[in-house]
Design a protein around this ligand. Structure first.
Ligand code: GLA
Length: 401
């Protein structure tokens, strides 16, 4: 009997369980339904979004994942296997995944470590291996795993246990699936997430404003600048295969094209997952240009995989820098304020990234400056670089030798 128990225990935690490696060496890029559509989703929307991802040039620019967030669920069948909502996804998830795969894209889904999802649909607690198996059978490539209904106080699930269980279940199911930890930064996932998932949310939910907090009783949604500020101190934890996730973007949902551009730029400076959260069917030209700016995307996707940081902060503006592969750098002037700001970088002192020891020695080498939104070379580091930046906007340059 004792031997039988031990055998059971060893089956529960296979020594070989791990996360899938090599599937998020650069921050994941794609789309997610939640920010714009919330629970108002169905298979036509997902198909049309996959079509749009190809036709708009987004696929060509590097976007891969079409991710279905909360509310795709129907009931569990008599054996406990989760089924999609019969009216919203009448063709079933396998057919939808096949459609997305035929476009050369990948498909993501959403579940929750608790009894129910945040939208009150069936969660995965107690069904982890069965759900992972179902996702693998359907051909799912990405799982966002939320933290609602996981209990409170002493009765709350242990997050490391909960996320490890799903990691192991995904691994046992055998299909490589990007695993997105979404517990809003509550339990410092940057300290334990790297062995478990490929990205972890660092904050509560984003909302489509530049600078605001919207309270919902015991939690808040945060504007883009608020989320940016909450990334302080976290860059040391990110790198290839394990990224800080400052949440899915509100690019396309903000008040002006400048705000959209600035938000997109800052997520690239953060080496953040670029998960688009707007309606990409029939996009305005300005939005399409923003989302498909390959020079900005290259900063996000840079092979070095180092998150950028604020070199200088004043109340009104910030200067951010990010070391890139091959000794190159990105630099962004961010105007947070409501009036135009003239911002200057004089390159009088060398840059040293205290975390990685990457340096830019302006005393020894001259770099060319390329404006990544104008797609123009705009000078060198031999002279100060000065720009008048409109309110809620950015200037972003790449430094190359
Ligand atoms: C939580 C997550 C959001 C979204 C919703 C869905 O709030 O943080 O990103 O997935 O749940 O209900």
């Amino acid at each position: 009997m004792a031997a039988g128990l031990m055998m059971t225990a060893s089956l529960v935690v296979p020594a070989s369980a791990q996360k899938f490696e090599g599937i998020a060496d650069t921050p994941p890029m794609g789309w997610n339904s939640w920010n714009h559509f919330a629970c108002n989703i169905d298979e036509d929307l997902i198909k049309q979004t996959a079509d749009a991802m190809v036709e708009s040039g987004m696929k060509d620019a590097g976007y891969v994942y079409v991710n279905i967030d909360d509310c795709w669920h129907g009931e569990r069948d008599e054996d406990g296997f989760i089924q999609p909502h019969p009216e919203r996804f009448p063709s079933g998830m396998k057919a939808l995944a096949d459609y997305v795969h035929e476009k050369g894209l990948k498909i993501g889904i959403y579940s929750d470590a608790g009894k129910t999802t945040c939208g009150g649909k069936p969660g995965s607690q107690g069904h982890e291996y069965q759900d992972a198996l179902q996702y693998a059978r359907w051909g799912i490539d990405y799982l966002k795993y939320d933290w609602c209904a996981t209990g409170t106080g002493d009765a709350q699930r242990n997050p490391i246990e909960a996320y490890t269980t799903m990691r192991d279940a995904l691994y046992a199911a055998g299909r490589p699936i990007v695993f997105s930890i979404c517990e809003w930064g509550d339990n410092k996932p940057w300290e334990w997430g790297a062995d478990i998932g490929h990205l972890w949310r660092t904050t509560g939910d984003i909302i489509n404003c530049w600078d605001c907090e919207v309270g919902h009783g015991n939690w808040s949604s945060w504007g883009v600048m608020n989320i940016l500020d909450q990334q302080d101190g976290l860059r040391v934890h990110a790198g290839p295969g394990h990224w800080n996730d400052p949440d899915m973007m509100e690019v396309g949902n903000l008040a002006t094209p400048a705000e959209d551009r600035a938000h997109f730029t800052m997520w690239a400076m953060l080496a953040a997952p670029l998960i688009v959260g707007t309606d990409i069917r029939d996009m305005p030209a300005a939005l399409q240009e923003t989302l498909t700016n390959k020079e900005v995307i290259a900063v996000d996707q840079d092979a070095l995989g180092v998150q950028g940081y604020a070199y200088k902060k004043t109340g009104n503006y910030e200067i951010w820098i990010k070391p890139l592969a091959d000794g190159e750098w990105a630099m962004t002037f961010l105007n947070r304020s409501d009036s135009a700001q003239t911002i200057t970088m004089d390159f009088a002192e060398d840059w040293t990234d205290a975390q990685t020891q990457h340096t830019a020695k302006f005393s020894e080498a001259t770099y060319t400056l390329r404006d990544l939104w104008k797609h123009q070379d705009v000078g060198t580091t031999a002279k100060p670089f000065r720009r008048k930046v409109p309110p809620h906007d950015v200037v972003m340059v790449r430094l190359s030798k």
